[in-house]
Design a protein around this ligand. Structure first.
Ligand code: SF4
Length: 383
């Protein structure tokens, strides 16, 4: 099995009101440089190994087929810093020639020259948060870009040679009507990205948005409206040739995110940086969440891992696999775990089938359309 690599870049120009990611407001270039040094050191000193699930001969180096720079705002890295990180990865791992290399970026933070340099360093997929095409909503969310910056970012990326671009939109924002959401979708589809991530707003405790809702300055999200938005999303994207391949992700043919698919297929992902979460198919572990503490630990040659657990791989395989619209491969499950999935979870599967939340077709267990709307209830059964 081949692995993916995730690198967390925890700096943003400012903080968005709904965000609970491990990210700090960008203070100065030295802090970023020190962080990049720590990241390279963590990569070089890592000793992760993909478990042998297929009785392959032991490999001296893990094979890597996806690299993903997430954050935060990875496009705050200079091309030189990006190059140093990539060099550390190439020294430590065996990187496939046809790798998918994604970088998250923020609209209105890059020049054409910088984006061209990223591209020449091998970045071949760009992903960014558009969130909404309504400037008032963007302001409310604490985003620094405008709707026009999103259009310009797509143009910039195309001019720099990117033919695999993805962006995110959030549905169910406070005071957003179905008509507003429809306008957002139309604007997004007009830009013809290869991939779209369309999320329903989640309220995370401790964020400014959660506080605004608690103090009645913003309304609570309306679940029925969110369901209507979700249905409209599926219908509109399909009409333009996008396949919904995961609950919140839509792509043109062959443009699914290979890196994110690794999570849903329970394949190994080694993650580096503050708060980075790794998974090797048998264990999950996570790094320190505070950037200064993370850097200090790595500089002292200590491990930044603060949490580790063995996982119940079979149930992870099911509930993560159910996120994909094609569902869980029943034969693949039996091969990997030596047991029939339908027998192992017979009672739960029968109950969910009678509620029309899941179905079995083409030797796969998958969510129905109704199940996709109530997916959290289905997943809870297998967690
Ligand atoms: S840009 Fe992204 S990571 Fe940064 S604060 Fe906003 S939502 Fe969070």
């Amino acid at each position: 099995m081949k692995a993916g690599i995730y690198l967390h870049i925890p700096f943003c120009k400012s903080r968005c009101s709904y965000c609970d990611f491990a990210t700090d407001v960008f203070k100065n270039a030295e802090t970023v440089e020190r962080y990049v040094n720590a990241l390279c050191k963590e990569i070089s000193n890592s000793r992760f190994q993909i478990p042998d699930t297929e009785n392959q001969k032991p490999k001296t180096k893990n094979q890597i087929e996806t690299i993903y720079f997430g954050g935060g705002t990875p496009s705050l890295l200079s091309p030189k810093q990006l190059e140093r990180i990539l060099n550390s990865i190439h020294k430590k791992f065996s990187v496939e020639p046809e790798i998918e290399l994604t970088m998250e970026l923020n609209p209105a933070t890059m020049t054409l020259e910088t984006v061209r340099e990223y591209r020449s360093l091998g970045v071949n997929r760009a992903s960014f948060g558009a969130q909404t095409f309504d400037d008032t909503e963007l302001k409310r969310l604490g985003r620094k870009h405008t709707a026009n910056d999103v259009r310009e970012t797509i143009e910039l990326l195309r001019n720099a040679g990117f033919d695999n671009v993805s962006f995110d939109l959030i549905a169910g924002l406070p005071r957003q009507s179905l008509k507003d959401w429809q306008r957002n979708l139309d604007e997004a589809l007009k830009l013809k990205p290869e991939h779209l991530s369309l999320y329903l707003l989640e309220i995370h405790e401790g964020t400014p948005l959660a506080e605004q809702i608690r103090s009645n300055r913003q309304p609570l999200p309306d679940e029925d409206l969110a369901a209507e938005m979700y249905e409209l999303t599926i219908e509109k994207t399909a009409r333009k040739g996008y396949a919904q391949y995961e609950i919140s992700n839509f792509s043109l043919p062959q443009r699914e995110s290979k890196h994110n698919s690794k999570y849903w297929l329970c394949e190994p992902v080694f993650a580096f940086g503050v708060s980075a979460h790794s998974f090797d198919g048998e264990r999950r572990w996570a790094n320190e969440r505070d950037t200064a503490k993370y850097v200090a630990l790595i500089e002292k040659d200590e491990s930044a891992i603060v949490y580790e657990e063995a996982i119940e791989a079979a149930s992870e395989f099911v509930f993560l696999g159910l996120r994909m619209m094609k569902g869980v491969d029943l034969a693949g499950f039996e091969k990997r775990f030596g047991v029939n999935l339908l027998s192992k979870y017979a009672e739960d599967i029968e109950r969910l089938r009678s509620l029309e939340l899941i179905e079995i077709a083409e030797n796969r267990l998958r969510l129905t359309n109704k199940g996709a709307l109530f997916s959290n209830e289905v997943f809870a059964v297998f967690v």
